[in-house]
Design a protein around this ligand. Sequence first.
Ligand code: UGA
Length: 440
Amino acid sequence: MKITVAGTGYVGLVTGVALAHIGHNVTCVDIDEEKIKKMRKGISPIYEQDLERLMKEDKDRLNYTTDYKEAYKNAEVIIIGVGTPERADGSANLDYVFGVCNQIADSLEKDCIVVVKSTVPIGTNDEVEKYLRENVKKGITVDVASNPEFLAQGTAVRDTLHASRIVVGVESERAKEVMSEMYKPLTKEPYNVPFLITNRRSAEMIKYASNDFLALKISYINEIANLCERLGANIEDVTKGMGYDSRIGNKFLNAGIGYGGSCFPKDTKALHWLSVSEGVELKTVKACIEVNKSQKIRLYEKLRDDLKTLKNKNIAVLGLTFKPGTDDLREAPSIDNVELLLDAGAHIRAYDPISIESFKKKISYKLENDGTEGSITYFDNIDDAITAADAALIMTEWPEIKNYNISKYKKLMKVPRVYDGRNCYKLEDTKDIIYKSIGR
Ligand code: UGA
């Protein structure tokens, strides 16, 4: 099948590469020339396991271009995988989605199925179809299908090829047939991915409802963890005990310093915004957002309560990304904590295995413009970051951090004071240091 994918971020590029891998001819379109040049050389613009390997393996079925007209005009299927960032009020910004629609309308020369993979508010697919039908050349038929994605960063390729499910929302037989055909290789051996056809609005809702449910699960367990700390219970034993109940399950019950990334924060706010605008506010989702906001700065608060003043204290910050296995810093708790520490006049010693350069860009505005008294120095190894530090905050459970020899905190730090936001260490291994974690 001849498929064009608009957008080469996590969703677009991974989808394009996966579809090429199962035998389709895929053209990936992006406005960024530099990115396109890189991809033509087989280099992935994002850090994602297996992606470059497949880009090389399936290169004969993959094209990369900025020439959208050429890419869209004869495509059988066009997949929209561009970003839907959050607006200041929490609603989803659909400018990129409709920007692509505009180009599609301008370019199409034959009938086509347009697939919306970007996470969009319920009802957007209807608007996209209306817009396209009103704006394509006369005589061309466009049907729109909603096809939300469920990949997580760091495991995106596996999550796409061995997906938990493929959800397709359609309003026409033709769209149903084409989508079933496109995904046929994944719905049979060896992948056997469950395939669910719904109407478009249900498909759009499945995406938000799934992400918000997972976010809720995290906020719920974080609140229970905070209570465990007060009452002398251990959150790890508690979640273990809960997880045996298959109705609860044992996944996504890791207490920590809250969820970050490009999805949960944005999708909880977008669905909440939508519910309020419909006059049926989702109170659980609202609470989930509030809990996450305060959970993200739990480590800073614990440290401040213990040290009283943070001025001129040397604080190591270990891990900057929102989770391991990705270079993404969007909504990472490290940013909130570092900003608070800088405001308090602390000197930060930051370590991350891959994202120091992008973190520098994120935080430079604050350092240059906010009159902060604190400072920040970057290190490419944990030893140097913690040397002579007054405290260390663990923000991301990178393997390098989880497997770090605990005795070194005692050896290298001024005071071996570790605040672990990801419960990386077993409590019994931390007897020789001052150690605080979440819910234990
Ligand atoms: C998430 C979903 O997991 C995907 O299913 C979904 O497709 C994706 O959003 C999306 O909408 O595109 P992702 O944001 O990549 O994927 O990351 P997750 O692995 O879900 O982690 C999100 C955050 O939750 C991280 O900050 C992580 O540290 C935190 N988390 C996760 C916890 O604090 N506790 C847990 O038990 C699990």
